[in-house]
Write a new protein. Structure first.
Length: 453
């Protein structure tokens, strides 16, 4: 049993340690919140390349390390039964996890810089990890890494093996910095941002280690590590956003080009020419619809935001006017427009309606009926385009050139621009039904939109 004097000294030391403990627990909690938010966002990523999977693993282990660091602060100097044993367990787990996290950081930096290791290189790359864990296993005899006194007071070890452990633990961070420098000297200007972010991200935990050595009691290494992963995450998100924007631009151009069909333009102009001789007034109306249709397609090249449904409706009315001019009574159109007050990506409906007319209704000698319906429910807006044309087997490979390119582009733009979805149902000789689902909160009208004719 301790003497009263020793017990009083320990209580005094514990009281003096409380402000430092609270500060470090708050820092760790803030860092953990940042990591959890990143993990929550990263989990929703539609693609998971190798570097993304490595990044998630890195985040999980960093979270574990912060939890262990908080446990170390909480149990140090405590005097309840078994406190010293618990302190030993937590510290050994912390130092082992620190070695593992360093190794994971090194693997992530290799994947991020596209400098993958050979199978032999991977074994050599694990050497600092194995060496660091071996020195930790020897710590009960050497006490070179850390010491927990009989009074349950943590202190650092300063032996040779402790220095070896530190070098092994931070080897991978130094390696990541060197990889970043190497990539900076071999990257084009537009890709240098990745190198700089990796360099800064790897340097921050090293800086934290230096600060922690100079000012004992400050948790800096892996709280700086949380800041590092935030920098890396923002860089990855920025890159993905730029890639998505580029894909969206290509998709928009592809949709526009797919709608300007030479045969359709030729047939429309030929029909207008014939009307000029027989029905000049009707020819004038047709020419007006034709010009509006062309302008709608060309405008889609420059419009990068959602447009009012009424504007899209005008565009498909122009298109259907021209098709009815050619096919006359073979196309019957039924409008069931129950709701109009929403936005959607430009050229969303026209490719779908074009497929219904050209590859559904007009494939039958007797023609068919086209139904266009909109409705609103609690949290979404539904647009349904239905035809009773030729239909197709959705399980059959689509080897028909451009027929389905427009639909896939529409699906992609719906997802990227407003989180929408597109569902196709079809049956041969029965017809096709396409349903567009738009989330209400993403397609509310924009008050300052100026458009129209």
């Amino acid at each position: 049993m301790w003497s009263v004097t020793v017990r009083e000294e320990m209580q005094t030391l514990f009281r003096l340690n409380i402000p430092m403990m609270i500060t470090n627990l708050q820092i760790n909690a803030l860092a953990a919140v940042v990591i959890l938010l990143i993990l929550a966002n990263n989990r929703n990523s539609p693609v998971c390349p190798p570097e993304n999977r490595s990044f998630r693993l890195l985040l999980i282990h960093l979270l574990i390390l912060l939890a262990l660091d908080s446990a170390m602060w909480s149990v140090n100097l405590q005097q309840f039964p078994g406190a010293r044993i618990l302190n030993l367990i937590v510290n050994y787990a912390y130092y082992a996890e620190q070695s593992i996290l360093g190794y994971l950081w090194g693997m992530y930096s290799h994947r991020l810089t596209r400098l993958e290791l050979t199978p032999q290189g991977r074994w050599l790359h694990r050497l600092p990890l194995v060496t660091g864990l071996a020195t930790l296993c020897a710590n009960p005899m050497t006490q070179s890494v850390f010491v927990i006194s009989a009074d349950n007071v943590y202190s650092r070890g300063w032996g040779i093996l402790g220095s070896i452990y530190a070098v092994c633990a931070f080897f991978y961070l130094i390696e990541a910095m060197l990889l970043a420098v190497f990539r900076l000297s071999h990257l084009s200007d537009e890709k240098r941002k990745d190198g700089w972010n990796l360099l800064v991200g790897s340097a921050l935990p090293v800086l934290g280690a230096v600060l922690q050595m100079l000012w004992y009691g400050v948790t800096a290494i892996w709280s700086f590590g949380a800041l590092s992963v935030l920098i890396l995450y923002l860089n990855v998100q920025s890159r993905h956003a730029a890639k998505a924007e580029k894909e969206l631009e290509q998709s928009r151009i592809s949709v526009m080009l797919s709608q300007i069909q030479p045969h359709f333009l030729y047939n429309a102009l030929l029909g207008i020419k014939e009307l000029c001789d027989t029905e000049p007034e009707k020819a004038s109306d047709a020419l007006e619809h034709f010009s509006y249709f062309l302008r709608g397609n060309l405008d889609s090249l420059t419009i990068t935001r959602l447009i009012p449904f009424t504007k899209e409706l005008e565009h498909i009315e122009d298109y259907l006017y021209l098709e009815k001019m050619r096919y006359e009574e073979r196309i019957e159109i039924e409008w069931q427009i129950e709701y109009k007050n929403f936005m959607l990506p430009p050229l969303t409906l026209q490719p779908i309606i074009e497929n219904a007319v050209r590859h559904g209704i007009t494939k039958k000698n007797e023609g068919g009926k086209l139904t266009i319906r909109t409705e609103q429910n609690e949290d979404s807006i539904l647009i349904t385009v239905r035809d009773d044309g030729a239909g197709f087997d959705i399980n059959e490979p689509k080897n028909d050139g451009k027929t389905h390119i427009g639909i896939e582009n529409v699906r992609k733009r719906l997802e990227m621009m407003c989180g929408g979805a597109l569902i196709v149902k079809s049956e041969k000789e029965v017809g096709t039904e396409v349903t567009i689902i738009l989330p209400q909160r993403r397609v509310d009208p924009v008050e300052n939109y100026s458009g129209g004719r």
